[in-house]
Design a protein around this ligand. Structure first.
Ligand code: ADP
Ligand code: ZN
Length: 660
């Protein structure tokens, strides 16, 4: 009864036919089509696209097209052995012949893959750079190439070649051998790291100077950016999860292993299905946690930055930072792991004075050359500027990557995406930008913060630092100095006789929270330095004078409860068990959606694959909404490729019938 035309996957080598037939998607996204056509035609490409932009199809479709045109297989170089199984599994589900070669295979299995390659039976082969550049593997490629079956090299996570990022993999540098040895085979390199420095490194290190560069917009409109002032950060996080994301999958980033353990424990005690992940855990346990995160629904991973690269789980609903990352690249890459499916997702960060102090200290204490440290400070400053901003976060983020949002302009001299010594550049216009662009999906646009002028408070703080040092010959930390400004008589204040200072109590009107905010900004501006070698004492700098003279305005957001704390999406207090669908569904449809999810979970378990590899939530929701009665009804649902239709149509229709 099933019509042939529906079921036999078209063997067309045209990119659009492959997009429809194999992947079941109605249209290319953004620059995908141009990239796919360029690479299918044999051109080299460098693809810069944000996480979730759809990079995989940029090489998978050319791979299928070239294979179908008799031009051979595609070698995908990926640094992530732990994820190859699922990547290949996803292609199998779509009916594409794929395999991987890595250390998890027995030697028989590996030989079998090699034989299939020689026969031309494999369309995509995944391998790590160490393997690819080994003499044995290169010899294998030689003989495949002689048969004209070497079609394309795809270098995924290409930023691993650059030592600027935290994902540096020296083996990536050896990949130039591919070009030297197989000059006629086209190459496509892909990454979500966009700064100029990394990009230049990729082009040079991989000898891709002549490749066409495809640079996408880095905007992720479905992600809501929120940066809140830290008070009791663990409680803030718990409230954020309870109110916005009960039962959702998410990632919580912390700086240290210790903190990862503590927070994971706290979340578990609060009834959240949380797991820790950091480089100090046994590798087996790490893998188990990663598998649970990928395969089960609603798991929250509490992790250091060791976690995340290549994680292609599409339904991560939130990414929370409990500590500030080092720079905007890191922040953007980590937050980018939310909402790859294009559905609403949240990027939440708690940020405070201690973060500024810690990050500065880490740079100061690192053994790197001073020039390098200057570069790092410049990058940190840009992130501090983002955190302190009172205008659209999205405008700021994109400006960092050299992008201007349509309709909004960023004032001259946006933070640079390259390493500029912070000493040489003007301080970023922290929190004082008069741009009115409303993205409607960041905290500052949704709830414009009240701004107060902290210039006077800043001057009082700086004078106090100066006076205290002058009279006592000693330096003090933030707490003591704020006490003096506020005229608080503590033991330490009397002990050092700071009650007789001319500045004692000159800022009695300010709350401690306000002064903290001012201090944070002064440190961010470089107008106050923190001496990590001596108990985090505060010092004046060359830049203090301009603030003291009133030449630099210090504008701050009023410390109020944050939008995330004020508003709540789910009013029902939905617990982890409640079903949430990605589109509006009525009661009966919601039941069908739940039934489809249960069915999908079973299939995923049988196939030992994450559920989203079988069908995305969005596809299941579209099915539930349509309530299909026949095969024809199932056609045209996004994500329903020919192979999946063939494999699952009967079962899906069965689930629909049961619900009637
Ligand atoms: P990236 O590697 O750039 O982070 P992926 O290749 O994983 O992104 O794609 C992100 C998600 O978007 C995937 O779930 C993918 O199936 C989906 N996707 C990619 N291209 C399209 C498209 N043209 N239409 C619909 N969905 C797409
Ligand atoms: Zn905004």
């Amino acid at each position: 009864m099933i019509a042939d035309t529906i079921l036999s996957p078209t063997l067309s080598d045209q990119p659009l036919d492959i997009l429809h037939g194999v992947f079941g998607y109605p249209a290319f996204r953004g620059p995908q089509q141009a990239i796919v056509e360029h690479v299918t035609g044999g051109g080299d490409a460098l693809v810069l696209m944000p996480t979730g932009g759809g990079k995989s199809l940029c090489y998978q479709i050319p791979a299928i097209a070239r294979q179908r045109a008799g031009r051979g297989f595609t070698l995908v170089i990926s640094p992530l052995i732990a994820l190859m199984h699922d990547q290949v599994g996803a292609l199998h589900e779509a009916g594409v012949s794929a395999a991987f070669l890595n250390s998890t295979l027995t030697s028989e299995e590996a030989s079998d893959v090699e034989r299939r390659l020689m026969r031309g039976d494999i369309t995509l082969l995944y391998a790590a750079p160490e393997r690819v550049t080994s003499p044995r593997f290169l010899a294998l490629l030689d003989s495949i190439h002689e048969r004209g079956l070497l079609g394309l090299f795809a270098i995924d996570e290409a930023h691993c070649v650059s030592q600027w990022g935290h994902d540096f993999r020296p083996e990536y540098r050896g990949l130039t051998v591919l070009h030297e040895r197989f000059a006629s085979v086209p190459r496509i390199a892909l990454t979500a790291t966009a700064d100029d420095l990394t990009r230049a490194d990729i082009l040079e290190r991989l000898q891709l100077e002549d490749a066409q560069a495809f640079v996408s917009s880095f905007d992720r409109p479905n992600i809501r950016y929120t940066i809140v002032e830290k008070r009791d950060s663990t409680q803030q996080l718990l409230r954020f999860i309870a109110r916005e994301h009960a039962g959702d999958a998410g990632i919580v980033y912390c700086q240290s292993r210790r903190k990862v353990e503590d927070i994971a424990q706290t979340l578990v005690e609060a009834g959240i299905d949380a797991l820790p992940y950091h480089a100090g855990l046994d590798s087996k346990l790490r893998q188990t946690h990663q598998d649970r995160f990928l395969r089960e629904e609603g798991v929250v991973m509490v992790a250091t930055i060791a976690f995340g690269m290549g994680i292609d789980k599409p339904d991560v609903r939130f990414v929370a930072h409990l500590d500030m990352p080092k720079n905007i690249e890191g922040y953007y890459q980590e937050t980018g792991r939310a909402g790859r499916d294009g559905l609403p997702a949240y990027a939440w960060m708690g940020y405070g004075l201690q973060d500024v102090v810690n990050q500065r200290r880490m740079i100061d204490e690192s053994p790197a050359a001073e020039e390098f440290k200057q570069g790092l400070r410049g990058k940190l400053d840009a992130l501090l500027g983002l955190a302190e901003a009172t205008d659209c976060r999205r405008v700021r983020l994109l400006a960092y990557f050299g992008e201007t949002l349509a309709g909004g302009q960023f004032p001259a001299g946006p933070p640079q995406g390259e390493l500029t010594p912070s000493g040489g550049s003007e301080p970023h216009a922290v929190g004082s930008v008069g741009v009115k662009y409303n993205c409607n999906n960041c905290d500052n646009c949704l709830n414009p913060p009240d701004i107060w002028d902290g210039t006077d408070a800043a001057r009082k703080l700086l004078s106090t630092i100066y006076r205290v040092q002058q009279t006592s010959g000693m330096h003090f930390g933030a707490g003591h100095l704020m006490d003096v400004v506020r005229g608080k008589v503590t033991e330490k204040v009397t002990q050092h006789d700071h009650t007789t200072l001319s500045t004692f109590g000159i800022g009695a009107d300010f709350s401690e929270i306000q002064l903290r905010g001012v201090l944070r900004q002064l440190i961010a501006l470089g107008a106050v330095a923190v001496d990590a070698q001596s108990f985090n004492t505060l010092h004046l700098t060359d830049k203090s004078r301009a603030v003291l003279r009133g030449e630099v305005a210090v504008q701050l957001r009023e410390s109020v409860s944050t939008p995330a704390e004020r508003k709540s999406r789910s009013k029902s207090g939905a617990g982890p068990a409640a079903i949430k669908a990605p589109i509006a569904l009525d009661g009966a449809a919601l039941e069908r959606y739940a039934a489809l999810k249960a069915w999908r979970a079973e299939v995923a378990r049988e196939h030992n694959l994450p559920a989203y590899v079988i069908f995305h939530d969005a596809t299941l929701a579209a099915i539930a909404k349509r309530a299909p009665q026949s095969l024809e009804d199932l056609q045209g649902i996004s994500g329903m490729g020919a192979k999946k239709l063939e494999a699952y149509a009967d079962a899906v229709l069965g689930v629909m019938a049961q619900g009637e």
